[in-house]
Design a binder for this molecule. Structure first.
Ligand SMILES: [Zn+2]
Ligand SMILES: [Zn+2]
Length: 258
């Protein structure tokens, strides 16, 4: 299996994951005008996507969903609660084909098997493990801390996409309003570089082929800081960061470049 971040920051988030048979989009926070060119940059068209998974209903994750569904009417997967919120906040023209994910059982989407994991954010939010081609990927973003059940589920992964949102010291001196800083540093906010690094250390990542740091704040983080911290705490794994507002490289290409 392989994955490619189309955009990863506080402004817009969307990641493609695919195995030999099935291709899914996790979130679609892209602007309308970016959807086609960003997919094209990854060698894809909307027609290649089989389903969209939604982690939660913040604008940076769902803004472009309605435009994407106009290009291709695919099923939209998330928990019942998140799908209910989506219907209210996304101004979807038609009622999409909603598919409910449960925390209790794996869901098959084509050849991919998805496990849904609850996270800690200020709205209902989920992460995933995705199994395909005999490999397993973890996906966790927008959470104030890494819950214990995620640490357990993320043992022995082949790939991991994990939020490394802000540098704690940069964020404390942020120009953002005090209540925003308090929220984002709290247990229902975002993962700091430090928390991300600690989580990496507590997962058994020895066999992991690639860790991708995502959702880096453009104001309160620097890729080099996030990478340096993560690489120090998990020196045994290749770690890269996803570029903001632009598509990155496919994971298999990144691994070949190493
Ligand atoms: Zn977000
Ligand atoms: Zn969020």
């Amino acid at each position: 299996m392989k994955f490619c971040s189309l955009s990863s920051c506080s402004y817009a988030n969307s990641v493609v994951v695919q195995d030999s048979h099935t291709c899914i989009l996790i979130d679609c926070g892209l602007r309308k005008r970016d959807i086609k060119p960003f997919l094209q940059n990854a060698g894809l068209a909307a027609g290649d996507i089989d389903a969209v998974l939604v982690t939660h209903c913040h604008t940076d994750h769902i803004y472009g969903l309605r435009f994407f569904l106009e290009l291709k009417d695919v099923p939209v997967y998330s928990t019942a609660g998140i799908l209910r919120q989506l219907q209210h906040c996304c101004a979807l023209k038609r009622h999409p084909r909603y598919k409910i994910l449960s925390h209790l059982a794996e869901e098959k989407i084509g050849s991919l098997e998805i496990m849904t994991l609850g996270l800690s954010h200020d709205v209902e939010t989920v992460g995933f493990t995705i199994r395909g081609d005999g490999e397993r990927m973890g996906f966790i973003t927008d959470t104030g801390f890494v819950p214990e059940h995620c640490i357990k589920a993320f043992q022995s992964l082949d790939y991991l996409y994990i939020e490394s949102n802000h540098d704690y010291d940069m964020y404390k001196n942020s120009s953002k309003p005090g209540f925003v800083v308090k929220r984002n540093l709290g247990p229902t906010g975002h993962l700091s570089n430090e928390q991300c690094g600690e989580a990496l250390r507590s997962m058994q990542l020895q066999g992991c082929k690639l860790v991708m740091l995502g959702h880096l704040s453009e104001d309160d983080n620097e890729p080099q800081k996030a990478l340096k911290n993560a690489r120090r705490l998990a020196p045994e794994v290749p770690i890269e960061s996803a570029p903001p507002r632009l598509p990155g490289l496919w994971s298999d290409l990144l691994m070949r470049c190493k």
